[in-house]
Design a protein around this ligand. Structure first.
Ligand SMILES: [Zn+2]
Length: 86
């Protein structure tokens, strides 16, 4: 099924094909808890990454955590206007 989403201010919208309409996995690692707040977490939709369509990509910034002095390869995308994690 085709899933659609956006950041809070709607500057960034996206769509992706997924087998289910709910998150496949939630990340509760120390970086996600800190960047998304105490109750926040990153989600994995388990969607087909090749089908991802993003509008407003120019409004997206990327944060890469530094862990034990080394930059993590993990990228956390967020809207530079409303700070919604994407
Ligand atoms: Zn936004």
């Amino acid at each position: 099924m085709w899933l659609e989403g956006s950041c809070h201010c709607q500057a960034v919208t996206f769509g992706v094909m997924a087998r289910q309409p709910y998150p496949f996995n939630r990340c509760y690692c120390s970086v996600c808890r800190k960047t998304a707040g105490a109750g926040g977490y990153a989600i994995n939709l388990g969607a087909d990454a090749d089908s991802l369509k993003v509008r407003g990509e120019e409004h997206v910034h990327v944060y890469q955590a530094v862990i034990d002095g080394a930059q993590s390869p993990g990228e956390r995308h967020f809207c530079k206007h409303c700070a919604s994690t994407l």
